[in-house]
Design a protein around this ligand. Sequence first.
Ligand code: TXA
Ligand code: MG
Length: 342
Amino acid sequence: MKTLIISENDDNGLKKAAATLREGGLVAFPTETVYGLGANALMPDAAKKIYAAKGRPSDNPLIVHLSCVQDVEKVCYACDTYYRLAESFIPGPLTVIMPKRDIIPFEVTGGLDTVGIRIPSNITANKLIRYAKVPIAAPSSNLSGKPSTTKASHVVADLYGKIDVIIDGGESEIGLESTIVTIEGKNDLRLLRPGGITPEQLKERGFNVKIDKAVLEKLSDFERPAAPGMKYRHYAPCAQVTLFDGDEEIVKRKLQEYKSVDSAVILCYYEDEELSRLPNSYVIGSKTDDLDTAHRLFSVLRDIDEDDKIKNVYAALPCAKGIGLAIFNRLIKAAGYRVIKL
Ligand code: TXA
Ligand code: MG
């Protein structure tokens, strides 16, 4: 298949891409979190094409993207709590799971009776959905299991030749996927995936937030995660990622042991000068700016993938506060939960 690459500034191109979506094609587009791989959420066959292009297990549901809150009731049964969340956080990096209406096929929801709804704030994403005039099912536009895509070049690397259009909108602002919640009571939320909206922000608005176990640790083979996607190895570069947990200085000394190992790289922060000046270290951001780390993480993991000789990646286990919870979650999953206590 020939994949067309267009700029987000090409309004005519966006209109054509929207028509491609409406007619059942696949279009990768920028959002404020990561790039998404969109398909018409009302067409079962279009959803199936997403699973095929990504190599995604068919029981892992897709998020449905809309352009405005007014459309939410058309695809699911929303409650007051949703609208209160929407006042503070929507449009934006928040996905809310709600009971689906019949119009959304089970092919989109992986057989579930619920659907995840997200309204992106990114102007291009929002415009594309408006032009398409249909809800858009969209997972992150990476091959299944690989780090999510935060630049058009990442999408080209994973999906060129497999999809109809890639819309280039530069770098994703946040760089990690949306926060996913389910509503368990009037003010009670369960966090299924941490992301751009932090539990602290939700609590500030009066919501109680329970963190689902799958966010923090590996579930046993008998436990079923509330978000089916949380059970798969994810965000992983080809190399094995190992995380060290312990006193900051001890962890730093441990990481330095890998400084002359050719097949190993170390992830560190700008402030870790002893580490950041090593030839085999990658800076993932600043210790005082989690937003910067969130923004760079997937891109760094993808850069590491480009070097075949790298077999191991070593890093400190990050602090799970604020947006750091999302960074923690993505790194433990990238590591396949390989965390060594020092
Ligand atoms: O930021 C994002 O959310 C990006 C952009 C493109 O919007 N999308 C994204 O989609 O990250 P995806 O498919 O990579 O991750 C969706 C996650 C999966 O873990 C899936 O299992 C979960 O959401 N999910 C979707 N629908 C669900 C549902 N009805 N119930 C529980 N979990 C659901
Ligand atoms: Mg994904």
